[in-house]
Design a protein around this ligand. Structure first.
Ligand code: NAP
Length: 299
């Protein structure tokens, strides 16, 4: 029997693991892939306070699992298939084992949807990005394309317009679904050029993105492509156990407690997440401290 089982080993899950195990909780972290999470896809991390040396996402996350293990947390490469609660004990089933704990922290994150153009996967971290706050700075005075027509695409296009020289906003229809007030700001931003009724067909470039070919076969020179065509919240394990908001994100209180006693959520899976490593790590600490209080007091 574990005190706390953490599902997901990105920044939120690993931070939970470090805090929980250091505070003395018998802790298990389960991760279906390699520990590190989505941030390991980022080419450079330069905004994590206190870490002045610029590192790749992979380098940056390398020692987090070791730190958790140092305090006694166990990390296993197992995909969780089912989560249920019986007599206030959590039963966590993976593809090969069943574990029991007094509390669970779910930190399975969210996954950006892919637009589906040729070269999209290949150029991730080399000009194709899913995070303007993370990577926008690298395009200072350069030309970027933003794909999508929702709130995220338009808000991020506005954000990028303050950094880049020019932003092409490429949408597959002739109407945006973003809020009218955001659309108005976009229409009034001189360095955003809107391209309606087009999708990106293919990336051009050798080592880094150098341009794109649109569905009409028109070629445009761009230095970067930002894809914002929706996010998939990885809520499959908890969607029938807890309250979600209209976008499928898990509702939590300030203790990261979900609507279900003993079940906590941290990082990008929870509502209002700003989708930054530092915030996910903070969530992880909050969730671990409060989960352990729950385990010790049973409340
Ligand atoms: P979204 O609203 O689902 O919009 C996705 C956009 O991507 C749509 O315009 C869609 O086109 C386009 N798209 C989807 N697949 C595509 C593909 N394969 N190729 C090209 N374009 C594609 O996603 P979101 O913008 O991430 O927002 C998600 C939710 O969060 C929304 O409900 C949104 O309102 C909310 N949100 C709110 C705020 C805020 O309140 N400030 C900020 C961000 C997000 P179509 O329009 O043709 O379907």
């Amino acid at each position: 029997m574990y005190d706390i089982i953490i599902i997901g080993a990105g920044p939120a899950g690993l931070s939970s693991g470090i805090y929980a195990s250091r505070l003395g909780a018998k802790t298990l972290i389960l991760e279906k892939l390699t520990p590190g999470g989505q941030i390991t896809l980022s080419s450079e991390i330069e905004n994590y306070p206190g870490v002045c040396e610029i590192k790749s996402g992979l380098e940056f996350m390398a020692c987090w699992p070791e730190q958790a293990k140092r305090f006694g947390a166990k990390i296993k490469s197992e995909e969780v298939k089912e989560l249920k609660v019986e007599n206030e004990k959590w039963i966590v089933k993976t593809h090969k084992n069943e574990y029991i704990s007094k509390a669970v922290i779910v930190a399975t994150g969210s996954t950006p949807k892919k637009a589906g153009f040729e070269g999209e996967e290949e150029f991730i971290g080399r000009g194709v990005s899913y995070c303007a706050v993370c990577d926008g700075f690298f395009y200072k005075d350069k030309i970027v394309a933003v794909i999508g027509g929702g709130d995220t695409a338009l808000e991020e296009a506005l954000y990028l317009s303050k950094i880049a020289k020019k932003v092409y906003l490429i949408h597959r229809r002739d109407k945006f679904r973003a809020a009218p007030s955001t659309q108005k700001k976009v229409f009034n931003t001189p360095n955003i050029e809107i391209i309606y009724n087009e999708t990106v067909k293919k990336v051009l470039g050798k080592e880094f993105v150098e341009g794109i070919i649109l569905s009409s076969n028109k070629e445009i020179k761009v230095d970067g492509i930002f894809v914002f065509v929706g996010m998939k919240v990885n809520n499959e394990l908890v969607k029938d156990l807890v309250e979600l908001n209209e976008w499928g994100e898990v509702k939590v209180d300030l203790n990261m407690q979900t609507s279900r006693k003993g079940l906590y959520a941290a990082g990008d899976i929870r509502e209002n997440a700003v989708k930054q490593v530092v915030a996910a790590a903070g969530d992880g600490a909050v969730a671990a401290i409060n989960a352990l209080k729950y385990v010790e007091k049973g409340e």
